[in-house]
Design a protein around this ligand. Sequence first.
Ligand code: APR
Ligand code: PHB
Length: 394
Amino acid sequence: MPQTHRTSVCIIGAGPAGLLLSQLLANAGVDSIVIDRRDRAYIEGRIRAGVLEQGTVDALTEAGVGDRMHREGLVHSGFDLAFDGDRHRIDIAALTGKSVLVYGQTEVTRDLFDKRMAEGGCFFFNVEDVTPGALKTHQPTVSFQHDGQPVTVTCDYVAGCDGFHGVSRKSIPADVLRTFERVYPFGWLGVLTERPPVSDELIYANHARGFALCSMRSATRSRYYLQCDADDDPENWSDDRFWDELRLRIGAEAAANLQTGPSFEKSIAPLRSFVAEPMRYGNLFLAGDAAHIVPPTGAKGLNLAVADVRLLARALAERYRSGSTTHIDSYSRIVLARVWKVERFSWQLSNLMHQFPDHTDFERKMQRAEFDYLVQSEAASKTIAENYVGLPLE
Ligand code: APR
Ligand code: PHB
């Protein structure tokens, strides 16, 4: 006989999307159960990006998990785009009046877990065979195995926050679900090193040898990426080879400030643009990577997940507060309108900043001409800036 539990919202996935949704719902007096196939240590250990839009900072502050973020996060008012060593600063503060906060996703996840655990959040970790059911009814269920025992959660709503490889999106019938995808013909090789960053701000560099990104986690921990073959192996990249290639791609001025050290967390990530529509099926709602993926070029993955969750938490809280389903009924339409605009920005910046194997000399000239136009045109730089700091929620 399965264990049975009852809650208002069953959240599949304890990544940033699921954790933030659980916290925002709790703050609105709505109970939830969060399940994940991994445990907290594994989830926190995933190395991800670390540039937070103002909207994300506001949401985390509103959720009550912003104290350490505000203490330790690095406020950035601009970043550099570089082409074959020529640098152009996108002055996001002057162009938009806003800034971004550099604060690792690992830290965001840790802060959310701390808060949820302190408030007695209900979690099931290391679950298996997760199966959403009865999604078109008013009593949807989520069944799974936990510690070898069958468990069934009955709820009003299921939130699919289980990432790109989760089960939620796949629970939408094939004749309902529509997907859109662009897989990029390269990957990003990333490393961390306990050395001060090469620059106070991020540098996105397009070089004939490939893309490079100089980022950071703190004043003493740097994060670097190199464009590499999609099927490359981190084992092919000694630290010396990595640092030599980075120097070539970021240009002499930046390379002169590069402090190299032993790398860790050396790994390769694929790049894709992906959107699934609709983001609602019956009483199942998708949020975050379960519904969409962006190439990391625009630092939008976490920020897009947070924006989804803000809209979903608003919709669910409204329903429990007033009975109105106005925002529930418009969730998929409103959230997708923003998702597609963020996908566009991430796709555009990826096309501008990377070397593509099938590019002719003409396309490479177009990339350079776009960079030169950004340098010359405040209007062009402002479009980059307003997307980078974050588009309005709706
Ligand atoms: N059952 C239960 N949990 C699952 C299942 C499943 N079948 N499949 C995946 N999960 C869990 C994963 O273990 C993970 O902890 O769902 C969680 C999804 O978290 P993320 O992949 O981090 O997705 P999301 O919360 O939407 O956050 C998006 O995280 O991966 C980065 O680049 C991404 O910055 C973006 C952000
Ligand atoms: C990171 O610091 O990991 C990072 C920053 C900006 C990006 C992508 C990754 O666009």
